[in-house]
Design a protein. Structure first.
Lengths: 231, 380, 387
């Protein structure tokens, strides 16, 4: 059974009496352990789709099921709890809390669990190790480079061992070298650790990392079969 | 309390703002406690008084005297155990700027009736033996630097001229509500020097049982109703209470100012909280993404407000309690026993909680209702 | 080159909530400031208006109030005949011997709450000597009758003070025949009756004070010297206005000190609030400031601009505070003047000077609060802010 099932999903926005249909009756599956890239022009709805999968937004009609759970039907409180356990989200702007150190930022999702302090420390250590930043854990975001910040954000996203890791333009604010580091990391997460990854991106390098590329155009998918890596 | 790190980090985001806001709360609650203590002290003074003592004054007015001959007649009333009297002297010391009560008494019976005024036995004997002697309150020793054995001269206002007394003893009251800055001397000395005799300002009687007070009071007043000096008799507590009301509507004044103070501080705190909240819209949205529920965020923001108000309250209320105690403050004699009561402290704590709610509610509700997606989209 | 003030005005309007909260905080401090000083003012005014600089008050030597004094009849006769005393149109000396006692009266509504109200025994001359006193309703007490005239400030606050009603004190009834006004002075909290009735009722034989109009108002010092040196009596001579002003000293000082202490503490809190607001404003406008700097405005101008903005917010708060305090003007309250142990009613008195003081106080608070933030604004490094 696919990890994520999207069935007949439509999303409609109303802004100033104008109605915008982002997509209409969209359906797709995402398999466990896959690495999917969502691509498409601005406004095509790829970020919206990611938000629907994450339970950050609700479809106007249709259902979204993740790991058997009917995400589109949950209440806000239920979604919050569900996200804490099943979703790791990474943003384009990193969105680390500036008042917390790297360590404390990564620890945040674990505060919502019942783990003891020692167990939390263990997991944070592991997560930071995976992203290669254990020596920087005392630093505040302003003391880190863009690439390092994003890696901390990724550590935060995986520390609770979520079912899905979702990334919205993760390399959008990074230079070439940092982008590469981040993407290599994502590759490792998927291949070595078997994490299911969905990434929304413009970046062809990022898309190349993925094993499946989906193009959204005018509200429908145009799938590109398992892509050939672009040099 | 695993969220403590997050709370502390948020408050530490703008250390200066947090400290200034806490300081404002502390100042406001210090002021509030002080104002309220004026009211409670006056109230305590008005409720002070032995249930077994009655005070008789001239019914026409407190400035009118009562004949000394009344003492014998009062002694005949069943239920009256002891009698003493006093006469207001109203003398001034030095430039007269520091007012203190001084009056002539029938020394032996007065001290007998007021065991609350503790005097060392040798000093008491010396005072009783010296007709020109004076008994002073402990505070006068600090205020004027008087010592036992020293001569002090008061300038008479009602009884003109300079009056010299020898300090023979210092009394310490057992209860804080009793003035510790009064001065007493022998009425014989007053009579002798004025060449007149037979006048008392007011009588104090000790009765056998508190329940008999109304009956005895009525008996006294009936006894002298048609004489040239009719009396008005009541319990000592009623007597003290009447002084408290003379200030006028103090409690209204203090409470009004107190409310203004609290309201002003509420504005400061609410402003600070809202500024913090406004700057953190994006972060709050991220927390929601991670899985913090609306309710949890509401609680976190409220707690932040709470830490500021409660810390400020503890500092402000604590300072008030300690300061007045340490300095033995009594408002130049007008408010003896000035001490912040537990009730006031609790009230202050309650206000801190109200401050927390009022200043935190808007930012907390906003945080709870923050639409994640819209908030995250903001920066593009 | 000065930054135009409209920039500040628009910025302030751009953050209405924060501005409103800060201004309101300052408004409350100013309102309390004005209110408390108005209370002290009103009290002092009531007493200073009581006495006239043209009149002289004579008390027994050493007495600190009319109540502790005592003048024998013969002393009063001697004084009345003095050349320093002015003569009325009818040739009689404008000298008023008076008795001053206090009686306990229960307040209207709750008669267990007692106030020590002044009963003043007067002669006919009193109405002439005290020029600011005049009957507002009814007729003066008739000679030989147990009648009294009640000061306006007592009417309605104590039972039995209406015209035609009867008061009871000193063991006998007194019919109220008139009400009098005295320019808001302490007299308006008194009950006046004829000496010939009051003295025996109070079992007094002599008077307590003599109040007379100076024949030559400029000759006070001479009169004082002459009378105090007179070997037939031991008296103190005061200019009436100066004496009553002194009576207001104790309580007046207490009220004023209280006012200053309370508002000082409140002010610190309000200033902290202003500091917070301004720092936040500076932080959020760093890019604007950088732009201003690149346009050529000097850091000094930036400092001045932000100071002005802080002062503006505080100024608005000051005006609000004045408006909040104004309704208090004229409200009558009462207390006991401990100097004379007597009840005195007076009204809150807000003067233009006081309002001005309140406004200045507000602006000072704003300037103090805005100083450090403004300095921070002027130190914004151009490059960093624009990035």
């Amino acid at each position: 059974m696919p990890l994520v099932e999207i069935r007949d999903v439509s999303k409609r926005f109303s802004r100033d009496a104008e109605r915008i249909d982002v997509f209409d009756s969209l359906s797709m599956d995402i398999e466990q352990g896959s690495f999917t890239a969502l691509m498409g022009p601005s406004g095509s709805g790829k970020s919206t789709l990611l938000n629907l999968i994450a339970g950050l937004d609700k479809p106007t009609s249709g259902t979204v099921t993740v790991g058997g759970a009917a995400v589109s039907a949950m209440t806000a409180a239920q979604l919050a709890n569900w996200r804490a356990q099943h979703v790791g989200f990474v943003f384009q702007q990193f969105n680390l809390l500036p008042v917390l150190t790297a360590w404390q930022n990564v620890e945040l999702p674990l505060l919502l669990t019942r783990l003891s302090k020692r167990e939390r420390e263990e997991r944070v250590g592991i997560a930071l190790g995976v992203v290669g930043l254990d020596d920087r854990h005392r630093h505040y975001p302003r003391q880190l480079s863009g690439g390092q910040e994003q890696r901390v954000a990724i550590a935060r996203a995986i520390v609770a061992d979520p079912t899905l890791v979702l990334l919205d333009e993760p390399t959008g604010q990074l230079d070439a070298k940092s982008s590469q580091e981040v993407l290599a990391l994502l590759g490792r997460l998927n291949e070595e650790f078997g994490k299911t990854i969905v990434i929304v991106t413009h970046d062809p390098h990022a898309a190349a990392r993925a094993r499946r590329q989906l193009h959204l155009e005018k509200g429908t998918f145009v799938e590109q079969a398992d892509a050939v890596t672009v040099p | 309390m695993k969220f403590f790190t997050l709370l502390r980090a948020n408050l530490g985001r703008h250390k200066r703002r947090t400290i200034l806001t806490m300081a404002s709360v502390a100042l406001a609650l210090f002021l509030f406690a002080s104002l309220r203590t004026v009211v409670t002290t006056l109230k305590a003074a008005s409720q002070f008084g032995s249930a077994r003592r009655l005070v008789s004054t001239n019914a026409t007015g407190i400035v009118f005297p009562l004949p000394i001959a009344y003492a014998n007649r009062l002694a005949t009333i069943p239920g009256v155990e002891k009698i003493t009297w006093a006469n207001w002297f109203g003398g001034q010391y030095g430039d007269g700027k520091r007012f203190f009560a001084n009056f002539a008494v029938d020394a032996k019976s007065y001290l007998d009736l007021y065991p609350e005024m503790q005097v060392p036995a040798d000093q008491k004997a010396a005072f009783l033996a010296d007709r020109a002697g004076a008994l002073i309150g402990a505070r006068l020793v600090d205020l004027f630097g008087w010592k036992v054995g020293q001569n002090v001269t008061l300038r008479g206002t009602i009884f003109p001229g300079d009056w010299t007394f020898t300090v023979r003893g210092v009394y310490t009251p057992t209860d804080k509500a009793i003035n510790d800055d009064a001065m007493m001397f022998h009425f014989e000395y007053l009579d002798e020097k004025t060449g007149r005799n037979g006048l008392a300002g007011w009588y104090i009687m000790q009765i056998d049982q508190p329940d008999n007070a109304p009956r005895i009071a009525k008996t006294v007043d009936d006894m002298f109703r048609n004489s040239s000096a009719p009396t008005r008799t009541g319990t000592e507590q009623a007597f003290n209470a009447s002084f408290a009301t003379m200030w006028g509507n103090v409690s209204l004044l203090m409470n009004t100012i107190g409310m203004a103070v609290v309201f002003a501080i509420l504005l400061v705190t609410a402003n600070a909280m809202m500024m913090s909240a406004r700057e953190r819209t994006r972060e709050l949205a991220v927390l929601k993404t991670i899985g913090f529920t609306d309710r949890r965020l509401f609680g976190l923001v409220m707690l932040e407000a709470g830490i500021i108000t409660v810390t400020g309250a503890v500092i402000g209320l604590g300072a008030a309690k300690l300061l007045y105690r340490a300095t033995n403050f009594n408002a130049a004699g007008f408010l003896p026993g000035f001490d912040v009561t537990t009730a006031t402290l609790l009230l202050g704590g309650g206000i801190a909680l109200v401050l927390m709610l009022a200043s935190g509610i808007v930012p907390a509700a906003r945080a709870a209702r923050l639409p994640v997606v819209a908030a995250l989209r903001n920066v593009e | 080159m000065k930054i135009p003030f409209t920039y500040n005005v628009r910025s302030v309007l751009g953050r209405p909530v924060s501005t409103a909260l800060t201004a309101l905080g300052i408004a409350l401090v100013v309102a309390v400031f004005i209110g408390m000083l108005a209370l002290a003012n009103g009290f002092a005014a009531a007493l200073t208006r009581t006495g006239s600089p043209k009149n002289v008050l004579v008390l027994r030597r050493g007495a600190d109030s009319e109540m502790s004094s005592g003048l024998e009849r013969d002393v009063v006769s001697i004084l009345s005949g003095s050349p320093h005393v002015a003569r009325g149109a009818d040739g009689r000396p404008l000298a008023s011997p008076e008795l001053y006692v206090i009686i306990p009266l229960g307040r209207m509504g709750d008669t267990t709450q007692l106030a020590n109200v002044v009963v003043r025994g007067v002669s006919d001359a009193a109405w002439g000597v005290r020029a600011n006193v005049h009957v507002t309703e009814g007729r003066r007490p008739a000679s030989g009758r147990n009648e009294v005239c009640v000061g306006n400030r007592l009417v309605g606050r104590f039972p039995g003070t209406g015209i035609g009603e009867t008061m009871r004190f000193a063991g006998r009834p007194w019919a109220v025949t008139c009400h009098f006004a005295a320019g808001g002075s302490a007299f308006e909290s008194e009950i006046w009756g004829e000496n010939e009735q009051i003295l025996p009722a109070m079992r007094r034989d002599g008077f307590q004070s003599l109040s007379f109009r100076l024949a030559d108002p400029a000759a006070f010092d001479e009169a004082k010297r002459a009378i105090e040196a007179d070997k037939r009596m031991q008296v103190d001579v005061y200019r009436e206005s100066a004496f009553y002003a002194k009576q207001s000293e104790l309580l007046g000082r207490i009220l004023r000190i209280l006012a200053i202490m309370i508002t000082a503490i409140m002010a610190v809190g309000a200033v902290f609030g202003a500091v917070n607001t301004m720092y936040a404003a500076v932080a959020s406008r760093a890019p604007e400031i950088a732009v201003l700097l690149t346009l050529g405005f000097k850091p000094r101008s930036i400092l001045a601009s932000f100071l002005a903005e802080s002062a503006l917010i505080a100024g608005v708060g000051g005006v609000l505070g004045c408006l909040l305090a104004l309704p208090m003007n004229g409200i009558v309250t009462s207390t006991t003047n401990w100097a004379s142990f007597s009840e005195i009613a007076f009204s809150f008195r807000i003067t233009p000077m006081l309002l001005l003081a309140g406004l200045i106080f507000a602006v000072v608070m704003g300037t103090v609060g805005g100083f450090f933030p403004a300095r921070r604004a002027s130190k914004v490094p151009v490059v960093q802010a624009i990035r």
